[in-house]
Design a binder for this molecule. Structure first.
Ligand code: GLA
Length: 382
């Protein structure tokens, strides 16, 4: 967490609202493997990072609430009993959605002001949206003594995303952001919502992210389409979710689904299996196998699930050309954002330089590179 960011948000809040705020940090996340498996009740392997949202929040005596998105320099006034979704793509939907979902659970909040800012690059696939939702629900829970558990809070954040933002996301992002543990990744079972923490120490290897700086505008509808396709196939199979299916089960209904949707379901079944295998490879300290699973994940996301894009595929190809990169894949929902790369530390600098140069030559734009520090989940900043 960036302390300058914390001080800036605090100063802005005090000068705008004239009160001492409660400060919350809520992180973004990476995901090592297990992509598009969460809404299929499967396994994911995320971790919270040291980049995220800092929110300053305090009760207010005014007739309206105010939310200030510092990075956008936009302030919105609103009334708690008149909430409805704003136009698509508006940041306030994350705030309104969380409040509405709290109200739906028969809990009430009073008027408040909030100001927030973040250092997760937007559209990077590191889940700035879950970080924002979690910061709002966590802050309101503290301020108004709502008595919500962390698990209740992540479901509120998720529902806000479904009902106000319009993305039918799974639970991975909200979970990782809320429950992150410093230096650990979490093997999360998205059905039981139980996670096993794995200490991440790749010794002479490290994880780096390369951001394509691409965000495709159709990604929300494409995401929802994928989710419905998975649910339709589960219904055909007579199971609760694709997590319960094997490749043999799927084969039995092959002629009842389109070839495209067959590949999508097959990808989910295989990816879920890869996430479990990755946890074993990690326990065994077998980074070669982990890397191979990560490359296979990308191949499935690109060719079967079809959520990659040219820029992501290109960066993964660059990684594959380099013997010192054990694995690379697109990360998050897809259609842009980052690749995650498992790289030998002593070859990392050269790889970053080569990948940046090749990317610039190919697409005539820059990629951005981040190193990753695994951090604790949503908390009050003292
Ligand atoms: C987005 C969603 C998550 C998850 C990933 C893909 O980040 O918010 O719930 O489905 O995409 O794994």
């Amino acid at each position: 967490m960036d302390t300058t960011l914390v001080n800036d948000v605090k100063t802005v809040f005090k000068s705008k609202f004239g009160a001492e705020p409660l400060l919350i940090f809520s992180p973004g996340r990476i995901n090592i493997i297990g992509e598009h498996t969460d809404y299929n009740d499967g396994f994911v392997f995320p971790a919270a990072v040291d980049k995220g949202i800092v929110a300053a929040i305090q009760k207010s005596d005014s007739k309206t609430c105010m939310a200030f998105a510092i990075d956008m320099d936009e302030t919105i006034a609103f009334e708690l009993d008149k909430l409805k979704p704003s136009s698509e793509g508006s940041w306030e939907n994350y705030v309104f959605g969380v409040i509405a979902e709290i109200q739906n659970r028969n809990k009430s909040v009073g008027n408040f002001n909030i100001a927030f800012s973040g250092d997760i690059p937007s559209g990077s696939g590191m889940s700035s949206s879950a970080a924002l939702e979690n910061s709002v629900v966590y802050g309101l829970n503290e301020l108004f003594n709502l008595g919500l558990t962390k698990t209740e809070m992540i479901f509120i954040s998720q529902k806000a995303e479904h009902n106000y933002v319009g993305v039918n996301c799974g639970i991975m992002d909200q979970y990782a952001s809320m429950f992150g543990i410093e230096n650990h990744a979490l093997l999360l079972d998205c059905r039981s919502i139980e996670a096993k923490p794995f200490e991440i120490n790749f010794k002479d290897h490290e994880l780096i992210l390369i951001n394509t700086n691409v965000k495709h505008s159709l990604s929300d509808s494409a995401y929802n389409d994928r989710r419905s396709a998975c649910e339709n196939i589960s219904a055909l199979l007579g199971i609760k979710a694709l997590r319960d299916a094997t490749e043999t089960d799927l084969l039995k209904i092959k002629d009842q689904v389109t070839p495209e949707n067959y590949q999508k379901a097959l990808y989910v079944i295989q990816e879920n299996d890869r996430a479990v295998k990755a946890s074993k490879a990690m326990t065994d300290g077998d980074l070669e196998t982990l890397g191979a699973l990560i490359y296979a994940s990308h191949n499935g996301l690109s060719k079967q699930y079809k959520v990659s894009c040219d820029e992501l595929d290109f960066l993964v190809e660059q990684a594959q050309l380099n013997d010192h990169v054990l694995g690379a894949r697109m990360m998050g929902g897809g259609f842009g954002g980052c690749t995650i790369n498992l790289v030998a530390k002593n070859a990392s600098k050269a790889f970053k330089e080569a990948a940046s140069k090749a990317y610039k030559e190919k697409f005539n734009k820059d990629c951005s590179i981040y190193s990753v520090k695994l951090s604790d989940g949503t908390h009050v900043i003292n």
